[in-house]
Write a protein that binds this ligand. Structure first.
Ligand SMILES: [Zn+2]
Length: 84
């Protein structure tokens, strides 16, 4: 008979897999691109992608910050962030 285990998932409803290790999910949430407090492209009104798109890819196009080089991560705490 299988044993029931407790698992944790991200409170920001990103697609990160649930884990049984609480500490690793706590660590993830500190950098989760879906946390509006982190001011990432995913939570920015300038984000040109659809909310349903693959957000595991951290390299988002930023409509206002064209100088972000291709392949560069659009950082947390973007100074051009506007709440979407
Ligand atoms: Zn998350």
């Amino acid at each position: 008979m299988p044993v029931e285990v407790k698992a944790y998932r991200c409170q920001y409803r990103c697609r990160r897999r649930a884990t049984t290790v609480l500490a690793s999910m706590v660590r993830h949430e500190k950098f989760c691109l879906k946390d509006p407090e982190h001011k990432t492209c995913l939570t920015c009104s300038h984000n040109s992608r659809n909310p349903g798109d693959d957000y595991e890819d951290p390299y988002f196009e930023c409509a206002v910050n064209a100088e972000i080089p291709e392949g560069k991560k659009c950082a947390i705490d973007c100074d051009k962030h506007e709440r979407g």
